[in-house]
Design a protein around this ligand. Structure first.
Ligand SMILES: [Zn+2]
Length: 186
């Protein structure tokens, strides 16, 4: 279990002990559920998120705007954006970020799939929603480089001061980005 993201050796041990304290039938049920998960979940052939159906519910929804595609790093990012209830376009999951130190280049994540999708669809806007981490920013810059020759609108998530935060408590990088990516007051 310590091979799962965010779970260290200590947590893994605690989880293992917790399972051992339960009846064996519970553990078997849990193992079967995990195996079933692998069998029933696949990648949506359009946006590449994990889904029981192909296309996934979002790609299959006729009410959603096909002309805008939000590019995210992982399926969890899609879930986070969906929870805001403010975005009605489509998605593309990269399944990672560029990280040359770790040997992850453009061919290791789903960038070619995105380019192929842009070629074959009437996409008018790509919203780049990678994280504001070093690899996230590098991935965003790479995408902008690759896509800026196409006649497509490129946008990025605004980034800056969290809601409810006093400006003087923001670190200078966050504040600088907020000024750089300032938007129209409305
Ligand atoms: Zn999909």
């Amino acid at each position: 279990m310590s091979s799962m993201p965010g779970i260290g050796a200590k947590t893994a041990t605690r989880m293992a002990l917790n399972i051992l304290r339960k009846p064996q039938a519970d553990a078997r049920e849990m193992a079967e559920a995990l195996a079933e998960l692998h069998k029933s979940i696949q990648l949506c052939s359009c946006c590449l998120t994990f889904s029981e159906d192909d296309p996934c519910a979002i790609c299959a929804d006729p009410e959603r705007d096909e002309s805008i595609v939000c590019v995210v790093e992982q399926p969890g990012d899609l879930i986070a954006i969906e929870k805001t209830d403010t975005y009605r376009g489509h998605y593309h999951i990269l399944h990672g970020v560029l990280s040359p130190i770790d040997g992850i280049g453009p061919d290791e994540i789903k960038i070619n799939e995105l380019l192929a999708r842009i070629d074959s669809n009437r996409i008018e806007e790509i919203l780049i929603a990678t994280s504001s981490t070093v690899p996230g920013e590098a991935t965003a810059s790479y995408l902008i480089d690759r896509l800026q020759t196409l006649s497509i609108k490129l946008t990025r998530l605004a980034c800056g001061i969290p809601m409810g935060m006093d400006i003087k408590h923001a670190d200078k990088y966050t504040l600088a980005k907020a000024i750089e990516r300032r938007s129209h007051a409305s």
